[in-house]
Design a protein around this ligand. Structure first.
Ligand code: BGC
Length: 902
C-alpha cells in the first residue's frame, strides 16, 4: 500500500479533480441539485459484520451539483430484508424526515437490534432549498453476539491444532463463525482459511476484555460432513519477556450459527469433543519468531475424513471471564508484498536480502530441497559494513523464523503467529543458491485505510512524509506500538498521543482509537490510575503524567476530528477519575512525579515541569469535555482548578526576573507557551528566549525530545513564524528529520542521533512523526474546528513559506474530501480548496510581505479589489482582511483563488 503512495496521491488528485468538475460546473448530464449520498458507514465501518453497539451510529457523505450546499433534513431506513429496503421501506426503523444537518454520528433509534441479524439501510437527504436527493445504494450492518449467555461453547486448548467434523443435514444458506482466542488463531473450514485477517484477535487486557471476530462462512460449508480446524499459537496472552504473562497456554472459544435451507438453525460450538494434536509449529512467539517443521504437517487435517485416531481430546481451558467484545477496528492483514531490491552473499552460505524499506511483517520463503533441510531467516534493521546483519539494537528479541523442509518439490512458507520489524533478512541453510525470487517481504499491520496525502515542491518534505507514513502504519498492530522490532512493541502511551493527530490525518483511525480508548479504560483501577503501556506490560502504574495524557487527549482528538461525542460520554467518568487521581498527587497544585520527561531530548528539561504542564492540559481538557456534555458544574470546577494549576506552575517553574522557565531549555518554554500557561505580559519575553535558542544558539535546530517537538511546530506557526518551522522541517543536518532521510532512514528513528549499537536505538519508532500533522495543518493549511467538530467547519489557513513553490494536502474526513493546494510565484498566490457538502470553511489567503494593490479572483470573478471584499461569487458569503491575510467565508464546493499584487 505504502509503496504505491504515489499512485495514491494520483488517485486522490483524480478524485479531487472529479470533485472539481462536480463543484464548479453544474453537470449538464445530470439533474442539478442534491446527488446520491455515498460512503455509508456504521460505527465508522463500511458494511460491518458482527458489531456489538446496540445503538450504532451512521454516517454518510453528501454530494451536490451546487456550491454552498448543506443538508437540511435526512431520512434513514433500516430494514430486516434487502427486498423491503428495495421498496423504500424501513420495517425496523424509518426515521422519517428529520430536520437536521447531522450527516455523521446519527444514532440508530429504531426497534431493538438482535444478536446475529443483518440489517439493510440507506439514506436520502434534503438540501438547503428542500430538494430531496435520491436514496443511496443500500448498505448493511450485522450484529454480533450481544450477550455473554449466547456463547454456548467452552474455551478449549491443549495443543496447537484443533479439529472437529460436523454433519449438516441440509444445505447451508447462511453461516457465521464467532471466534476469540487467548493467543492468535487461524480458523479453517474444509481445507481453507476463513477470511484474510492475520494475527487475530487484537491484543487487549484479556482478563478484562477479549475481542471476537465474526466471519461469514456460508460459502465454505456444504450439506453433509464438514471439517473445522483451528490453529493456535503465539500472541500477547502467552508472550514472555520480563513482564507478567497472564496465560500459560493459548485457548480458543468458537461458535457457529448455521441456517439451513428451509429455516432450520444449527449452533455448533467449541467443546472437549474437539480433537487436538501438535502441528508443524514447534514453537512461536512474537519476539522469538516461529519454528516450523514441515515434516510434522498433517495433510488433510482440516478436511472431512481425516484419520484423527491418534489425536487427543481437546482440553477445557479457563479462558477469560472478561467481556467478549466485537472487534470493530480494521484487522491486521498482509497489506502488501515487497520484492527484495538486492541480495548479497557476505559469507559462504549466508545470504542477505535488502527490501529497500524498513517495515513490519515477515518474509515468505520459496524453496526446493531435501527433506529435513533447515532454512533460518533472521531479521534486522541494520547491516554491518561487511554486509552481515546487525541485530544489536533488537536486544532480547530472537526475531527469526526457521523452516524445516518436507522435501517434496516447491515449498512456500511464511510464519503465522509472529511478526518482525526489518529491512534486511539473512537466510542461512538454504539448499542451493537462493535468488531474489526465493524471498518476498510481507507487509503486515492493522489495515487502516489511507485517508490523507501531503505533497510539496520541496523533496525533503515528501521524503519525511514518506518515512512518517511507513513508520506510523507499521506501528499499528491493533494497538499503537512504540516500535516493531525489538523486545518491546508496546502501546507506550506517550508515543501514542504525540502521533495521534498525524495518524488521524494520514489514516482512518476512528475504529482503531475507539478500541484503544477502551483498552485504556480497561487498565484503569479504582484509584483512577492508568499505566505507561496499554495493555500493561512494560512501564509503571501510575503512568508518567505525560504518558497518561493519551487518555484525555486522544478522546479529545476523536471529538475534534470525527465529531465523536459518544466517546466523550463513554469515557467521561473514567477521565474524571483519572484527573482526580492526579489532583490527589498535587495538594499544592503542582504535579511533580515524572519518570521519562521530555524523552530522548538532547537538552534535558526537568520532568516535573513536563508532568505539571500535562496536568494543566488534562484538567483543561476535562473542563472542555464537561462543557461539550453540558455538565456545567464540572466545567466550572475544572476550569477553576486549571487556573490554580496555572498559577502554581508559574510560581514553581518561572523566574520572573529572567523570564525563563526552569533550566531554559526549548521544551521548558514550548510547553508553557503552547498550553497557554505563560502570564500574558510575559509571552513575548519567553517567546524570544525560545526563538533565540533555536535560531542563534542552535543554528535552527531542535534540542527537544519527542514531547517538546510535538508542540514546537504548531507553536511556531501560531506565533507567526512558520518560516522558522519550515527551516526545522527541511533541515538536513543533525538533529532533524531530514538528517534521518540523508542517513538513509526509511522509517523514523527513535533517536535524533544515528546509533547502531546495543543501546536503545530503534530504527522504526513513529513518535517523532508528530511533525506530520504540521504538514497538513500548517503547510497545506487544513484544520478542524473543535467548536464545530468533525470538519463541519474547516479552517483553511495555508502557510506560504520561504522558497516553497507549492504544497498540497487532501484529507478524507467524515464529511468527505477536504483539500487545499497552493502555489506561489512572485506576485501571485493561487489556492485551490475543496469543501465537502454540509461543511463550511473559513479560507485565509496569505500575501507576500509588503504587497500592495492586491486583487483576488475566484474563478472568473473578482472577490477582492481596492482594499475591499467584492460580494457575488457563488458559495462565498463574506470576505475581510485580517492581520495581513484575506479571509473568506465559504460553503461547500471547489474554489480556485488567485491573489495578485505588486
Ligand atoms: C519506548 C519509548 C517509550 C519509553 C518510555 C521506550 O522503551 O520505546 O518510545 O515512550 O520507553 O520512556
Amino acid at each position: 500500500m505504502l509503496r504505491r503512495n504515489r499512485d495514491l496521491v494520483r488517485l486522490v488528485w483524480l478524485v479531487v479533480l472529479m470533485a472539481c468538475v462536480v463543484g464548479t460546473t453544474p453537470l449538464t448530464w445530470a439533474a442539478s441539485g442534491p446527488l446520491v449520498p455515498i460512503d455509508l458507514r456504521c460505527e465508522y465501518l463500511s458494511n460491518p459484520l458482527g458489531i456489538d453497539v446496540r445503538q450504532p451510529r451512521f454516517a454518510w457523505v453528501l454530494q451536490h451539483t451546487e456550491r454552498g450546499e448543506r443538508q437540511s433534513a435526512y431520512q434513514v431506513l433500516v430494514a430486516t430484508q434487502a427486498e423491503i429496503l428495495g421498496q423504500d421501506r424501513g420495517d425496523h426503523w424509518n426515521s422519517g424526515k428529520v430536520t437536521s444537518d447531522d450527516s455523521t454520528q446519527v444514532v440508530y433509534a429504531g426497534r431493538p437490534l438482535e444478536s446475529g441479524r443483518t440489517y439493510y439501510w440507506k439514506i436520502r437527504y434534503w438540501d438547503k432549498e428542500g430538494n430531496a436527493s435520491p436514496y443511496s445504494k443500500p448498505a448493511e450492518f450485522e450484529m454480533g453476539l450481544l450477550n455473554r449467555s449466547e456463547w454456548k461453547g467452552q474455551w478449549i486448548g491443549g495443543n496447537n491444532l484443533l479439529r472437529k467434523e460436523f454433519t449438516l443435514p441440509g444445505k447451508p444458506v447462511r453461516a457465521r463463525a464467532y471466534i476469540t482466542a487467548l493467543g492468535y488463531f487461524e480458523l479453517r473450514a474444509n481445507g481453507e482459511k476463513i477470511g484474510n485477517n492475520v494475527l487475530d484477535p487484537g491484543w487487549t487486557t484479556y482478563e478484562k476484555r477479549a475481542l471476537y471476530v465474526t466471519h461469514d462462512i456460508t460459502t465454505h460449508l456444504r450439506q453433509g460432513i464438514n471439517a473445522f480446524g483451528v490453529m493456535l499459537g503465539g500472541g500477547w496472552a502467552t508472550q514472555r519477556g520480563g513482564f507478567k504473562t497472564p496465560y500459560d497456554a493459548p485457548a480458543v472459544l468458537l461458535q457457529m450459527e448455521i441456517e439451513l435451507e428451509g429455516g432450520k438453525q444449527i449452533s455448533l460450538a467449541s467443546d472437549t469433543t474437539w480433537k487436538a494434536a501438535r502441528g508443524p509449529i514447534l514453537s512461536v512467539s512474537i519476539f522469538e519468531g516461529e519454528v516450523y517443521e514441515a515434516r510434522e504437517e498433517q495433510p488433510g487435517w482440516d478436511v472431512p475424513g481425516f484419520d484423527a485416531a491418534t489425536w487427543e481430546l481437546a482440553q477445557a481451558m479457563a479462558g477469560t471471564s472478561g467481556v467478549l467484545s466485537a472487534q470493530m477496528m480494521p484487522p491486521i492483514r498482509v497489506v502488501d508484498t515487497l520484492v527484495p531490491t538486492a541480495i548479497h552473499n557476505p559469507r559462504p552460505g549466508v545470504y542477505v536480502y535488502d527490501f529497500g524499506q524498513n517495515f513490519s511483517g515477515w518474509a515468505q520463503l520459496w524453496v526446493r530441497g531435501p527433506r529435513g533441510a533447515t532454512v533460518t531467516m533472521r531479521y534486522s534493521e541494520l547491516l554491518y559494513p561487511n554486509g552481515m546483519i546487525n541485530r544489536e539494537n533488537i536486544r532480547g528479541a530472537k526475531a527469526r523464523d526457521i523452516y524445516i523442509l518436507r522435501g517434496d518439490g516447491e515449498e512456500v512458507y511464511e510464519p503465522r503467529f509472529t511478526y518482525h520489524g526489518f529491512r534486511y533478512l539473512e537466510v542461512t541453510g538454504f539448499p542451493g543458491t537462493p535468488s531474489l525470487d526465493s524471498i518476498r517481504g510481507r507487509v503486515v499491520h492493522s489495515a487502516v485505510r489511507p485517508t490523507g496525502s501531503f505533497v510539496a515542491s520541496k523533496p525533503i518534505l515528501n521524503q519525511v512524509q514518506q518515512i512518517i507514513r511507513w513508520g506510523q502504519a507499521t506501528n499499528l498492530h491493533s494497538v499503537p506500538t512504540d516500535c516493531d522490532q525489538r523486545d518491546e512493541r508496546m502501546g507506550w502511551m506517550g508515543d501514542a498521543h504525540v502521533t495521534a493527530e498525524e495518524a488521524m490525518l494520514n489514516f482512518d483511525m476512528a475504529g482503531f482509537y475507539t478500541n484503544f480508548m477502551r483498552d485504556i479504560a480497561d487498565v484503569e483501577d479504582e484509584a483512577g490510575t492508568i499505566t505507561d503501556t496499554v495493555p500493561h506490560r512494560f512501564g509503571r502504574r501510575p503512568a508518567d503524567p505525560a504518558w497518561g495524557t493519551a487518555y484525555p487527549l486522544i478522546v479529545w482528538f476523536m471529538y475534534e476530528q470525527y465529531g465523536d461525542r459518544r466517546i466523550v460520554e463513554e469515557h467521561y467518568d473514567g477521565l474524571k477519575q483519572y484527573v482526580e487521581f492526579l489532583r490527589s498527587k498535587a495538594p499544592d497544585h503542582v504535579l511533580r512525579f515524572s519518570y521519562y520527561g521530555d524523552w530522548i531530548a538532547i537538552d534535558k528539561t526537568p520532568g516535573e515541569l513536563v508532568s505539571d504542564a500535562y496536568f494543566y492540559l488534562d484538567v483543561s481538557l476535562l473542563a472542555k469535555m464537561a462543557k461539550v456534555l453540558g455538565k456545567s458544574a464540572d466545567e466550572q470546577t475544572y476550569s477553576q482548578l486549571a487556573a490554580q494549576i496555572k498559577d502554581a506552575f508559574n510560581r514553581e517553574f518561572f523566574d520572573p526576573k529572567r523570564d525563563v522557565y526552569a533550566n531554559g531549555t526549548q521544551t521548558a518554554h514550548i510547553l508553557p507557551l503552547y498550553f497557554g500557561l505563560v502570564p500574558g505580559d510575559k509571552r513575548g519575553a519567553v517567546w524570544r528566549h525560545l526563538s533565540n535558542d533555536i535560531v542563534y544558539a542552535h543554528d535552527s535546530h531542535v534540542t527537544t525530545g519527542f514531547i517538546g517537538v510535538r508542540y514546537l511546530m504548531p507553536l511556531l506557526t501560531r506565533m507567526g513564524t512558520s518560516d522558522l518551522a519550515y527551516d526545522l522541517a527541511t533541515q538536513t543536518t543533525y538533529p532533524s528529520w531530514g538528517y534521518m532521510v540523508m542517513r538513509g532512514a526509511t522509517t523514523l528513528w527513535e533517536l535524533w542521533q544515528e546509533r547502531t549499537g546495543p543501546s536503545m536505538n530503534s530504527h522504526n519508532h513513529p513518535m517523532l512523526g508528530s511533525v506530520g500533522a504540521w504538514f497538513y495543518q500548517a503547510l497545506a493549511g487544513i484544520n478542524p474546528d473543535v467548536e464545530r467538530p468533525g470538519y463541519q467547519h474547516i479552517r483553511i489557513e495555508p502557510q506560504v513559506v520561504r522558497d516553497l513553490a507549492w504544497a498540497s494536502g487532501t484529507v478524507e474526513t467524515v464529511r468527505g474530501i477536504v483539500s487545499s493546494s497552493w502555489s506561489h510565484e512572485p506576485g501571485v498566490i493561487r489556492l485551490e480548496v475543496e469543501v465537502p457538502v454540509n461543511a463550511q470553511a473559513t479560507i485565509s489567503i496569505p500575501q507576500e510581505d509588503q504587497m500592495s494593490d492586491i486583487t483576488i479572483r475566484e474563478g472568473q470573478r473578482t472577490v477582492w479589489e481596492k482594499g475591499r471584499y467584492v460580494p457575488g461569487a457563488p458559495g462565498i458569503t463574506n470576505g475581510r482582511g485580517e492581520r495581513g491575510r484575506f479571509v473568506f467565508e465559504v460553503g461547500s464546493g471547489h474554489y480556485i483563488f488567485e491573489l495578485r499584487g505588486e
